[in-house]
Design a protein around this ligand. Structure first.
Ligand SMILES: Cc1ncc(COP(=O)(O)O)c(C=O)c1O
Length: 375
């Protein structure tokens, strides 16, 4: 826990909201298990504190999904003992460390399978893997027509335990129902063909957050949400699911001055005051994750009132017109993302202003924004 008194900007992480989001999900999915996506530092929320908190507060903790080796090692070293899935795979140069830390890579090629097998055997271990099938994402995975041969070989490979099979939707918001349904169908066909050959893989997973909210058929026996854990849904029914955003971001007012009408503000002189205006400089910029594309487009909240961002967002600072909040003073906080009284600005709103999606907004808040965990 770090103190607010010296911070320039703060990301408050509401751990109770996180737990409540997870409980909402649990209500929906029955006895299926959850693979919590905590890659990219848990979408900016802090992977280790998030995993530690959930581990402590759930009788059945989820499995964990990260992208890269370093993220997996950080969780293991922080005392997370459950399965940690490496979603991008196992580069040959990392196989030794993956085996040493008992991480579980996603695999999709024979060379990696053999390298993992040799290393696991040498360490007198069995390494768990999940096989990825590319049903239409065009990114990682074996094509469905090649899956059977690969998996038949994998289950016979010494030192390898085939724990899971997965695929991934190309539309994170399930926008094209026909294509999305076709992907699930292709995945189910592979699972079915394997079962016909007597191969039943323990974990079968494809459902991201949008599928958890809107596509029950895709649940299979393990769901794999990221965004909704942090309080958002990209299919517009966050309220129906009672998700609560977990992160709020506040920035400190570090300077305040009254400018005459016609004064230009910030780099490039893209904004001119229309009348005498009180301009606050706050300590949050694009190097902290407040995107430059919010220049002259977004708002913050000061003492419960919406106030406009004026001029270009700088690397470390942003200017805000606070003429309507005469009692604001240097040292006070503005809410860049969050709620104050009647007003709220969340990552999905910032994403609309910035022409991006809430994932990029959340992941963007960097280490200079001091994390403050509230439970
Ligand atoms: C392979 C994979 N599975 C699951 C997820 C989680 O998706 P969401 O955050 O939309 O739930 C991601 C997110 O990028 C992903 O890449």
């Amino acid at each position: 826990m770090s103190s607010e008194s010296t911070a320039s900007s703060i990301a408050e992480i509401d751990l109770k909201a996180l737990l409540s989001n997870l409980q909402q999900i649990r209500k929906q999915i029955g006895d299926r298990e959850i693979l919590a996506v905590v890659k990219a530092n848990a979408y900016g929320h802090g992977a280790l504190p998030i995993a530690q908190y959930l581990n402590q507060h759930l009788s059945k903790p989820p499995l964990w999904a990260v992208a890269f080796l370093e993220e997996g090692i950080a969780l293991r070293s922080g005392g997370i003992s459950g399965p940690i899935i490496l979603m991008t795979g196992a580069p040959l140069a990392q196989v030794k460390e993956i085996v040493a830390h008992d991480l579980c890579p996603v695999i999709y090629d024979a060379e990696t399978l053999q390298a993992l097998s040799r290393t696991a055997m040498a360490a007198q271990k069995e390494i768990a893997v999940h096989v990825k099938i590319d049903t239409g994402m065009g990114r990682l995975g074996i094509l469905p027509e090649k899956a059977l041969t690969f998996i038949e070989a994998a289950v016979k490979t010494p030192g390898i335990r085939l724990d899971g099979i997965l695929s991934h939707f190309a539309h994170p918001d399930l926008a094209d129902a026909e294509f999305t349904g076709g992907q699930l169908h292709a995945f189910q066909k592979v699972i079915h063909a394997l079962e016909q050959k007597g191969i039943k893989i323990p974990y079968r997973h494809m459902a991201n957050s949008a599928a958890v909210v809107g596509f029950k058929d895709a649940y299979l026996n393990l769901i794999r949400p990221g965004l909704m854990l942090y309080g958002y849904s990209n299919i517009e029914n966050r309220k129906a699911f009672r998700l609560a955003p977990v992160m709020r971001v506040k920035a400190r007012v570090i300077a305040l001055k009254t400018m005459p009408a016609g004064t230009s503000i910030s780099y490039g002189r893209t904004y001119f005051t229309q009348q005498e205006s009180r301009i606050a400089t706050v300590s949050l910029g694009y190097a902290d994750g407040y995107p430059c594309s919010l220049s002259n487009r977004s708002e913050m909240i000061a003492q419960g009132q919406r106030v406009p961002v004026v001029g270009r967002v700088c690397m470390d600072m942003t200017m805000v017109d606070v003429t309507s909040v005469p009692t604001l003073k240097v040292g006070d906080w503005l809410t860049a993302m969050g709620v104050e009284g009647e007003q709220s600005i969340w990552a999905d709103q910032l994403a609309k202003w910035a022409d991006t999606h809430p994932y990029e907004i959340l992941c963007g808040f960097g280490p200079r924004v001091r994390r403050h965990y509230i439970s």
